[in-house]
Write a protein that binds this ligand. Sequence first.
Ligand SMILES: [Zn+2]
Length: 85
Amino acid sequence: MIPESHICRICGHDMGEPAWEDDNPNWLICNCCGSESGYEDTSVESVRANRSNWVKNGCKWFLLDAKPAEWDLQAQLNRISQKWK
Ligand SMILES: [Zn+2]
């Protein structure tokens, strides 16, 4: 089970370390959607708008080298907590 703090609020990617600790962002750039914790993900409205843009642009990977060979977009999106959906 991936800790919720490791999950990108925008795309659901497992960042491998906490993007947020309590209410403090760690300014982590998501390898998948390219958003940074503390900038694009501070409110539900902003998270939704950024996710919607990312999806509209074809769910492109920010760091293509990090993309798993068998990437499951839906499973990744399903990881997003109810609070940020
Ligand atoms: Zn992301």
